[in-house]
Write a protein that binds this ligand. Structure first.
Ligand code: MRU
Length: 352
């Protein structure tokens, strides 16, 4: 079994390089915050909860490297590193959530000498990782009964152990159903252009022995029309207060298709993905990446030289297409505003 990300006994951050999967299982050891920022930006680590953990661990590495005994100087320097990390990827709110939580830890331990404060930050980053795994297992426990026996489930992108500290969100629900004895099969959309479905989801499910069949993204409508898909489950990068969901590009298309075919469309995410400060999904920043990800793959150009391309890597699915949100504290059905606010409690109050 692989570890997506962990804090090592040598006080470094070790992560599985997802740009090399499935061909090679190679781990990257990050010794400073710059290496973590690079890993997030280049998508060696990706997926909303996983980059939340990476951001927190990156900040713990930064804390170790700050050479001052003054709390004020320490806090200012750490805050600069936090701001730089926040910029690495804009859409998934878990990154900002992880950094905010580390900064709250600084305030809670401000009376400690800086050396002890650093140890508290390292422990906090490790706790964030451990809690994410527990949250995903809770998502699975709450959500698995939504998958009927014999179901064919479509998922998009990778919302599995690789996208989190472990177990996964959408794949966590699938894993929990499988473990509970539900017979199911998974359709994995390949997820152009970065191929998280083909490279990561197919690999992850194969390892667990869960039946998975790969399709290109444009095959989903055809299979729904023929009754070969029973429901859709995806993860999320940010959920606004009204239940609008930003997730991997192509999610919106699948949600509209699911509604047109009368199929349930579920979104599985921990509450660290909920951004109660946004009333709806309009204001969620949508990351645009290098168009070279669209015009070629693995260094091989597939489009003619000079062809213009766009690469928005997320889209926003309006809440009216979503049957239910499966969170670590329970399943939320419309109206999402009151349901999410009630579940979030004090953890998310900083962002309300
Ligand atoms: O660009 P990525 O690979 O980081 O995008 C990931 C996704 O969109 C996932 O579906 C989302 O983060 C949910 S992961 C549990």
């Amino acid at each position: 079994m692989f570890e997506t990300i962990e804090w090592t006994s040598a006080d470094t951050v070790r992560l599985l390089d997802q740009t090399r999967l499935p061909a090679e299982e190679v781990y990257v050891e990050c010794r400073d915050v710059a290496a973590v920022a690079h890993a997030i930006r280049s998508m060696q680590i990706r997926g909303a909860p996983a980059i939340g953990v990476a951001g927190a661990m990156g900040l713990a590495l930064a804390a170790q490297s700050i050479r001052t005994r003054s709390f004020e100087e320490f806090r200012a320097e750490l805050s600069r590193h936090g701001e730089a990390l926040r910029q690495t990827r804009p859409t998934a709110v878990n990154l900002a959530w992880g950094i905010d939580r580390m900064q709250r830890c600084v305030e809670q331990h401000k009376a400690l000498p800086v050396a002890e404060l650093v140890q508290s930050l390292i422990r906090e980053a490790q706790r964030i990782r451990e809690e994410d795994i527990l949250d995903n297992q809770a998502i699975g426990a709450h959500g698995h009964r939504l998958i009927p026996d014999g179901a064919a489930v479509l998922t998009h992108c990778n919302a599995g152990a690789l996208a989190t500290a472990g177990y996964g969100t959408a794949l966590g629900v699938i894993r929990a159903a499988h473990a509970a004895g539900t017979r199911l099969s998974v359709w994995a959309g390949e997820t152009r252009p970065f191929l998280q479905g083909a490279r990561l989801t197919a690999w992850e499910l194969q390892q667990d022995g869960i039946p998975v069949t790969l399709i290109t993204d444009n095959m989903a409508g055809h299979l729904m029309q023929r009754g070969e898909i029973d429901l859709v489950i995806v993860g999320a990068d940010r959920i606004a207060r009204n239940g609008d969901v930003a997730n991997k590009i192509g999610t919106y298309t699948l949600a509209v298709l699911a509604q047109a075919h009368g199929l349930p469309f579920y979104v599985a995410a921990p509450l660290s993905t909920v951004d109660l400060s946004l009333p709806d999904g309009e204001a969620i920043p949508i990351e645009e990446r290098d168009p070279a990800e669209v015009t070629g793959w693995a260094g091989i150009r597939t489009a003619p030289v000079g062809a213009r391309a766009r690469n928005p890597v997320f889209d926003m699915t309006p809440h009216r297409y979503i049957t239910a949100l499966i969170t670590n504290r329970g399943v939320v059905r419309p109206p999402y505003d009151s349901g999410l606010t009630a579940l979030a409690g004090p953890d998310l109050s900083g962002r309300v």
